[in-house]
Design a protein around this ligand. Structure first.
Ligand code: HEC
Length: 238
């Protein structure tokens, strides 16, 4: 082999090794930022389920099998996939391609580099016993929280201004009275009635008023269970 061939060979080899390393070694810190795209629906805390299932311990789990998550689609449950580097990469690239008919409303991330970074972060955060940064509020610990992940407020301890005592309904208006004696009026389309039965949810019979919307004209009232909703709301006009 002459020397120019040798050089070409060396360049080729390093290119191959280089791109291989690119595909495998993501950067968890960059991946943390990309996880912002997932955090509105997925927590990394075990069994903290939101729109989507908790991703804690996802590696080597069979798809659609986390016992505490009760909203899996039939498509995902019957997919027979086990989550690993390869299947997770395919899922994040194009969920509907890997499991047609699944119910994750997410278009996918086409960029190889971004997926590698995201997977590096997820592996670090979801494998028990690894050094973790999101849960311990590491360098960017607060960030996923701000993006909506892992951030549902705990409603067990409420200020008087947040604890709902009475709701009356007149024409198109809800009047919400809180424990500090304040009354607020909401157009009926601006007040959402919700439940949270989890450990983050309110105590029974102590529903929470949670402000929503930029202008403070909207709010959620979150109850411990559905039966409390109509029991509390009284239709009357003064
Ligand atoms: C809009 C909400 C939403 C977003 C955003 C979202 N997911 Fe999901 N995810 C879901 C839902 C819902 C499911 C369950 C789908 C089903 O059962 O068909 C799911 C399922 C999954 C699963 C399979 C879990 C299991 O137990 O089998 C993985 C892995 C996953 N998502 C990862 C991600 C990642 C990584 C991102 C960000 C790149 C992301 N998801 C973004 C809602 C979301």
């Amino acid at each position: 082999m002459n020397s120019s061939r040798l050089t070409a060979c060396a360049v080729l080899t390093s290119l191959v090794i280089g791109s291989h390393a690119l595909a495998v070694e993501g950067d968890p810190a960059r991946g943390h930022r990309i996880f912002g795209a997932c955090a509105a629906c997925h927590s990394l805390q075990p069994d903290q389920n939101m729109t989507g299932p908790s991703l804690a311990g996802i590696w080597n789990r069979k798809a659609g099998t986390l016992p505490s998550f009760t909203r899996y689609s039939p498509a995902l449950k019957s997919s027979n996939i086990e989550w690993n580097d390869k299947t997770l990469d395919e899922w994040i690239a194009d969920p509907q391609h890997l499991v047609p008919g699944n119910q994750m409303m997410f278009p996918g991330i086409r960029d190889d580099r971004q997926r590698a970074d995201l997977l590096a972060f997820l592996k670090q955060e979801t494998t028990p016993g690894r050094a973790q940064m999101a849960q311990q509020g590491g360098p960017m610990g607060g960030m996923t929280g701000m993006m909506g992940g892992n951030s549902v407020a705990n409603l067990k301890q409420l200020d008087a201004a947040e604890r709902v005592q009475a709701i009356t309904y007149c024409k198109d208006t809800y009047i919400v009275t809180t424990a500090n004696g304040q009354q607020r009026k909401f157009w009926e389309r601006n007040l959402r009635l919700k439940t949270d039965s989890s450990s983050d949810g309110p105590e029974k019979k102590a529903p929470a008023l949670v402000r929503a919307g930029m202008m403070g004209d909207r709010a959620d009232v979150i109850f411990a269970e559905p039966s409390e909703i109509s029991a509390l709301i009284v239709a009357k006009c003064d």
